[in-house]
Ligand binder design. Structure first.
Ligand SMILES: Cc1cc2nc3c(=O)[nH]c(=O)nc-3n(C[C@H](O)[C@H](O)[C@H](O)COP(=O)(O)O)c2cc1C
Length: 198
């Protein structure tokens, strides 16, 4: 088995940078995600598939509320990778000092983004380390002048001390994810012939 080329191929498949927010019982949260994808071909029934680490503060809010908002970041917001992606809302209030508003659904909506979608969860898959959320888009707004940005583009301009800080985070998160993936029980592992119902 040769897996050496897989990480660079998987990197190509990551989504443009997004911030996923959620709220429950007066608590709000948000984080960077490159695992946010289109999941519908029906224009009148838009859906997204969002992969969120179960250890994250944001995930506990999605789980409790059944809602999430996906913000596609604008190019000039590349510095948000550190703000929303290196630290947890459990340690620092990431909303303080930023432009945001509360949507009618209770979800926090961030200012200055390329666009945002509020979403209602319709299904869930356990990935071991990840919670994989399938969600209906319930409201959306797009700023047509903004351009998206991808993580590999940001990596080229990332200040060295930021890269170091993110490396330290990964040195904790990657082994933890590996353990959680391995622990996904035999019972919940999909088996051929036991596929999803039609
Ligand atoms: C470039 C980048 C991409 C990321 N993509 C994801 C992702 O797709 N899913 C995820 O769960 N975490 C992702 N993260 C990590 C979270 O953003 C990070 O763990 C965050 O601190 C979690 O915050 P929270 O605990 O406040 O929810 C990414 C981080 C960075 C910097």
């Amino acid at each position: 088995m040769a897996l050496a080329d897989a990480p660079s191929l998987l990197t190509l498949m990551w989504s443009p940078l997004t911030v996923v927010t959620a709220a429950h019982d007066g608590v709000k949260g948000g984080q960077i995600a490159v695992g946010a994808f289109a999941a519908s071909i029906v224009p009148a029934q838009p859906r997204v598939l969002v992969q969120i680490q179960k250890r994250n503060h944001t995930n506990s809010l999605i789980e409790a509320s059944g809602r999430l908002a996906v913000h596609v970041m604008a190019r000039e917001q590349w510095g948000w990778v550190k703000h929303w992606g290196f630290r947890s809302q459990a340690e620092v209030d990431k909303f303080e000092g930023l432009e945001w508003s509360e949507h009618g659904s209770g979800l926090p909506i961030l200012g200055g983004v390329l666009g945002w979608m509020t979403c209602q969860v319709v299904n869930h898959m356990d990935g071991g380390d990840m919670a994989i959320w399938l969600a209906d888009v319930t409201d959306a707004s797009r700023n047509t002048r903004a351009q998206p940005i991808r993580w590999h583009e940001v990596q080229q301009i990332l200040p060295p001390d930021w890269a170091e800080e993110y490396g330290r985070k990964l040195s904790h998160d990657v082994p933890d994810s590996g353990r959680r993936m391995a622990a996904l029980s035999e019972r919940s592992r999909w088996k051929a012939g036991r596929g999803p119902s039609p």
